[in-house]
Design a binder for this molecule. Structure first.
Ligand SMILES: [Zn+2]
Length: 419
């Protein structure tokens, strides 16, 4: 009965898509019915019920760790350029490899697998068979009309159409480097069964794009997804990649969780829509996607000063410890490490690699991969600095420099054991 009452009536069927190299054979067509239902309530932190992130006309960061990143911050960035104080990263030969991604050709695979598609975009293949794409932006520019805004310094490893199987697209917020009209439209066109999960206030944008299969959630809201395979006996299809797939349901829980950021797509919609991080659990595997987030506010300090020196005690965002306590531990965290310089301008909204390791520990991730670097020059740090500083930060936390929180080539896949 619970299921019946709580069902959000989101059902759809579609063909499973197979990479072109598998084309040409004949098998039974696999169809999936995707259902989204509200989850049974799980415990949440006491302060979550206060909804203190809801503001009079939009949303806000309700913590001492937030100092506003606003129009004045942007003026400061421009002023640094004009006066020659800004570091201008050289992205002509960035030294970041781009590979052609290889996706699995079957839903039967015993390991959790994550493929970096540049910036914040990861394609994650769960051992359950679930396939999730996070923050896809596969265009040249991250800006309006794929024309304005920064241009890629590393090429996109594939087109949206090249990704063979996507059940869910998960969006952290509406900034152009995380949400693209062209990519989202191409994905919805190819994957007619694909469902989009977005933080509160973003559903309308998708509907204006002609995308109906959207669920929007508030921080600490959750929903359950069921993918029910069925087969049409004797149906001829173009591909055989799913021939060995299990016929059992695939189950998953999508949890919208807090992070510290802002939103806007125009000068007139600042913080009108929510930003968030996500936890996706599917049959024993758990992934945390931190989206785009700051961790602690750093004021203007003397040039060359290390803001992580133990003499500084800036407040940290308490949400990540709550995520770890209430929804952790996670097999894999996808955590931003770039777009942080100068710190006094960006630290509230974008953590640096040291902050990223703090988030990794707070959220109780067992392993992590760095996102939000290597694709567009958004801020002043050199393009290879985030992975270098990540190693320094890991050392300072007493963690190994490799094998725990890594960065990979664009298009590269990593596999992880889960329990
Ligand atoms: Zn952002």
């Amino acid at each position: 009965m619970r299921g019946l009452l709580s069902r959000l009536a989101v059902r759809a069927t579609s063909r499973v898509h197979i990479p072109s190299r598998m084309m040409g054979s004949t098998t039974t067509q696999v169809l999936y019915a995707l259902t989204v239902a509200t989850s049974p309530k799980r415990p949440v932190p006491e302060d979550a019920a206060l909804k203190s992130h809801h503001a009079a006309s939009g949303f806000r960061n309700p913590w001492d760790s937030w100092r506003d990143v606003n129009f004045a911050s942007l003026l400061e960035v421009v002023w640094r350029r004009i006066t020659g104080k800004a570091n201008v990263p050289d992205a002509k030969s960035p030294g970041i490899k781009v590979r052609k991604p290889e996706f699995l050709t079957t839903r039967n695979h015993s390991k959790l697998r994550a493929t970096w598609l540049g910036h914040a975009c990861y394609h994650v293949e769960f051992p359950s068979g679930l396939r999730v794409l996070f923050d896809p932006v596969l265009e040249e520019h991250c800006g309006p009309y794929n024309l304005l805004g920064p241009k890629r310094f590393t090429e996109a490893p594939c087109k949206p159409e090249d990704i063979p199987v996507i059940d869910a697209v998960v969006i952290s917020h509406n900034h152009y480097d995380h949400l693209s009209y062209h990519t989202v439209s191409a994905l919805a066109k190819k994957h007619s069964n694909c469902h989009f999960f977005v933080p509160l206030g973003n559903k309308q944008w998708f509907e204006r794009c002609g995308i109906e299969k959207v669920t929007e959630l508030d921080w600490w809201d959750e929903c359950d997804v069921t993918l029910s395979p069925s087969s049409q006996e004797g149906t001829k299809v173009e591909a055989a990649g799913e021939a060995n797939s299990s016929t059992a349901d695939i189950k998953a829980r999508f949890s919208c969780l807090p992070c510290q950021h802002v939103s806007a797509r125009t000068p007139f919609d600042r913080n009108k829509t929510l930003w968030c991080s996500w936890a996706i659990e599917s049959e024993g595997s758990k992934v945390y996607f931190a989206g785009d987030t700051g961790y602690r506010p750093v004021p203007k300090l003397p040039e060359g000063e290390d803001d992580h020196d133990s003499k500084y005690d800036f407040p940290v965002c308490p949400a990540f410890k709550q995520v770890g306590e209430y929804r952790g531990p996670f097999d894999l965290g996808l955590i931003p490490i770039g777009a942080y310089a100068p710190r006094y301008v960006w630290s509230s909204a974008h953590g640096d690699p040291h902050d990223a390791v703090s988030i990794f520990k707070d959220t109780k991730c067992k392993k992590a991969l760095g996102i939000h670097w290597g694709t567009w020059v958004l801020t002043e740090e050199d393009v290879l600095e985030p992975p270098q500083k990540l190693k320094t930060a890991l050392r300072r936390f007493g963690l190994p420099e490799t094998g725990v929180f890594d960065t990979v080539d664009i298009g590269e896949s990593r596999e992880f054991d889960t329990e």
